[in-house]
Design a protein. Structure first.
Length: 485
């Protein structure tokens, strides 16, 4: 392939010494890094095993209906990342009011929790037990600092045992597939991001504090045609001067002398070798380790085997009705219901379904090889429709179409001890001077979309600094994002 003349970003020198940057994975982290590097003059190739780009942040089109893999709201405190996103989307972006509920025992509760709503919905006796439990936990902590090792420990420390048992345990174990006592404390810290009873009360009672805690943000940015617009926009920028290879799998990564030398790629029956002056990887960290040739030491392979991912099945049900709910998400903790979360894309954008129609997208959390993953599509749809009917959301006769999608390695599973395994692997990978790991799966971190994009920007920064042989300088992710008009 002949690459057109390289373009440079205003005020930037082209990358020298790295005409062959390879990026594994076309999620938002990889696409962000690829777009910035292409604009800076690098010869970029992105390798993606799927036939579409975006990873979880992609939009599916089916018979006039559109939906994301779970629904993804974009919210960031990083103005550079926000500027980057708006530059890609242009004017075709919406600001959506967030309204999410927990559907439990036939009652709706606000999510994130709002103290008055939560307590009033529980009834006098249960509400009193929650308040007593919270007060007792506060008192206990005055005399003895609790040891917090697990996700369960951290939630109980912040909100009390009763709140954890009522609102957190069942849903969390349904999503992650392991007991809360086995999940790492860090998951609670990442999930609630500064949320406390005091912060929730302040948000509910004082207008000037509303939305100041990220978890309680009441608005978010959303592309009119679905979150996949962002990934596709980044792809178009890359393909002006680089290439995105979809439907392509990495089967080996060769290295020597502390450098990645090249990769073996497979597309259908065709196998190719490709050099890599620089490599950025957003594929699952454990997969990256197993692809290295020569193989890493046994202790690194063992650490990689200890990192697990939670898989996802998305069942979308198309409805012959203009609207079912007025919510952006509905969380369903009860184990007897097969899915854990529902979203109605037309509440995010009216462009997501034909006029007079809507759809509900349900997320079924599972492990590859378990009964749910192996179930047939017809059985999954039947189970989903029956549950939606039983919850009173739809009637069976309103269903006019459906689609089932299986998503492997959707979410890193943060079990106790995962961080030690991750640290060992990252320390080993740091010896390769031309390798960067990025993104949620690539870094095995709890990342929202903006965090994934920040990791891609940081990788682009590092590659630019290294390949122009300039001294690494102190700049945050915003500096590269300023390259966008």
């Amino acid at each position: 392939m002949i690459v057109p003349p390289l373009q440079t970003v205003a005020g930037r020198r082209p990358v020298r010494g790295a005409r062959d940057v390879v990026i594994l994975g076309a999620g938002l982290a990889g696409l962000t890094a690829g777009s910035l590097l292409t604009r800076s003059g690098a010869d970029v190739t992105i390798v993606e095993r799927d036939t579409a780009v975006g990873g979880l942040a992609r939009t599916i089109e089916h018979n006039g209906f559109r939906f994301d893999l779970g629904g993804h709201r974009f919210h960031t405190e990083n103005r550079g990342v926000e500027k980057l996103v708006r530059s890609v989307l242009g004017e075709d972006v919406l600001e959506v009011d967030r309204s999410s509920k927990i559907l439990m025992d036939g009652r709706y509760f606000d999510y994130p929790w709002r103290p008055v709503n939560a307590l009033s919905g529980l009834g006098v006796g249960t509400a009193a037990a929650v308040l007593f439990s919270f007060a007792a936990e506060r008192l206990r902590q005055r005399f003895r600092k609790p040891e917090t090792i697990s996700f369960e420990d951290e939630i109980v420390r912040r909100f009390g045992r009763a709140m954890f048992d009522i609102f957190v345990r069942e849903y969390s174990e349904k999503v992650w597939g392991v007991a809360c006592g086995r999940m790492a404390r860090e998951l609670a810290e990442w999930r609630i991001q500064g949320l406390s009873v005091r912060a929730a009360l302040r948000d509910a009672l004082f207008a000037r504090h509303r939305g100041t805690v990220r978890t309680l943000a009441r608005k978010f940015v959303y592309p009119a045609q679905g979150i996949g617009q962002l990934a596709e926009g980044l792809r178009r920028q890359i393909e002006e001067y680089g290439r995105v290879l979809t439907g392509t799998t990495v089967t080996g990564i060769n290295h020597s002398g502390g450098r990645i030398d090249g990769l073996t790629l497979r597309n259908g029956a065709r196998t190719d070798r490709r050099q890599a002056g620089e490599l950025a990887s957003s594929i699952p960290l454990s997969v990256l380790v197993r692809l290295l040739d020569p193989k890493p030491p046994e202790e690194i392979l063992k650490a990689a085997a200890g990192l697990r991912f939670r898989d996802l099945i998305v069942v979308a049900v198309m409805i012959d009705r203009a609207r079912v709910t007025d919510q952006t998400w509905i969380y369903v903790p009860e184990r007897k219901i097969p899915f854990g979360r529902i979203h109605e894309p037309t509440n995010w954008s009216r462009h997501m379904a034909p006029d007079g129609k809507t759809l509900l997208v349900t997320e079924h959390f599972c492990f590859r090889g378990d009964d749910r993953w192996c179930a047939g599509d017809d059985a999954l749809v039947e189970d989903t429709v029956a549950s939606l009917d039983g919850l009173g959301l739809i009637r069976r006769h309103e269903v006019i179409d459906s689609l089932v999608l299986r998503v492997p390695d959707a979410y890193p599973l943060f079990e106790i001890g995962h961080d030690e395994s991750r640290r060992k692997i990252c320390e080993y990978l740091a010896r390769f001077e031309n390798l960067q790991v990025i993104g949620r799966g690539g870094m095995f971190r709890y990342f929202n979309m903006d965090h994934a994009m920040e990791s891609g920007i940081a990788a682009a920064e590092a590659i630019i600094a290294r390949t122009t042989r300039s001294r690494p300088h102190e700049r945050d992710a915003r500096a590269v994002a300023e390259a966008y008009p």
